[in-house]
Design a protein around this ligand. Sequence first.
Ligand code: URA
Ligand code: SF4
Length: 218
Amino acid sequence: MTDEPVRPGAEEWVPQGADVAALRRAAHECRGCELWRDATQVVFSSGRAGAPIMLVGEQPGDREDLDGKPFVGPAGRLLADAVDAAGIRRDQVYVTNAVKHFRFERRGTRRIHEKPTVAHIVACRPWLEAEFEAVGPGVVVALGATAARSVLGRTVRIGEVRGRVLPPDVAGGTSVFPVPVLVTTHPSALLRIEDAADRRAAFDALVDDLRTAADAAR
Ligand code: URA
Ligand code: SF4
């Protein structure tokens, strides 16, 4: 499989000024990169316009690809638990991904998750920008490095920025969203921590970050 996306990215499939429902419908037609080819379907978002907190993940996983909804697998359950533990109502969050089609490698009958490239992230970013316009959140939370690359428009080390409220003017990049951004760990990274105490500590840190983000939205 080649890493080069089909040009010119999602721009020409994104309807201008559309609401979330219209964006979701239009995304089924997107051919902004090659990832649509092998995926089952586009996975857009969950949540409503007006939600104060926009959570951005990496890309749909195997379960999400089959279900057509973001964060319905193990990482999604962990994220929902963290949102609950932070005292945030689920209807206060709009949940989406930096890349809207599942990228994977086939091994036998299994589909192994593959990280999207920067080219995929850039190709898919017009959807995220349109969602931001349609939802109007007060804060954007990037879950992990892929989301951070998309939201900030530059590559950051999670350890250097995590948990801090980055005001729009210092968030960096050229097309940053005009609201505070907070970068935190991706819930899938927590699932890979084997030691129970370490996993618990990482979960608590994620909860703290979500609380910080919710406060920044007010
Ligand atoms: N991981 C993500 O980043 N997004 C999903 O939708 C599911 C798992
Ligand atoms: Fe379009 Fe994004 Fe899917 Fe690529 S990953 S085809 S840009 S929706």
